[in-house]
Design a protein around this ligand. Structure first.
Ligand code: SF4
Ligand code: SF4
Length: 105
C-alpha cells in the first residue's frame, strides 16, 4: 500500500488518475478539459461508426465531411496528477479513474 502521498498539512492523499473515457457515453461537452490543468485529454472527432478521426483543431474542422460528433480522449494519461477535478464535473459519469496504490500493486 502506498502511503507517501500527503497534502500540505501532512494529511494522507491518494491520487486517482484518469485512465479512460468511454467514447460511447461521452457527449464531448468539454467540462473535464476546462478544469484540468495538465493537458491530459483533448476533444477528438469521430465518424458515424465511432472511429476516431483525430484531434479537433477548431470550429471549422469537419474532417472532410466525416465528422459525426465529438468525444473527449485521454491522449496524455502520463501527465495526470490524480486530482479528481474532471470526475466532479462530468455529467455522464463516463470516466474511469484508478487509485495510485492500485496502479502500483
Ligand atoms: S484527475 Fe486532475 S489532472 Fe488528472 S485528468 Fe482529471 S483534472 Fe486532469
Ligand atoms: S465532462 Fe464527461 S461528458 Fe463531458 S467531455 Fe468530459 S468525459 Fe465527456
Amino acid at each position: 500500500m502506498i502511503s507517501s502521498f500527503v497534502t500540505r498539512d501532512g494529511s494522507r492523499w491518494m491520487p486517482k488518475y484518469l485512465s479512460a473515457i468511454d467514447g460511447a457515453t461521452c457527449i464531448g461537452c468539454g467540462r473535464c478539459f476546462k478544469v484540468c490543468s495538465r493537458e491530459v485529454m483533448h476533444l477528438h472527432g469521430i465518424d458515424d461508426v465511432g472511429e476516431i478521426l483525430g484531434p479537433f483543431d477548431g470550429e471549422e474542422d469537419d474532417f472532410g465531411g466525416e465528422l459525426n460528433r465529438m468525444i473527449m480522449v485521454v491522449d496524455s494519461r502520463g501527465r495526470c496528477i490524480g486530482c479528481g477535478a474532471c470526475a466532479r464535473v462530468c455529467p455522464r459519469d463516463c470516466q474511469t479513474h484508478v487509485a495510485a496504490d492500485i496502479l502500483a500493486a
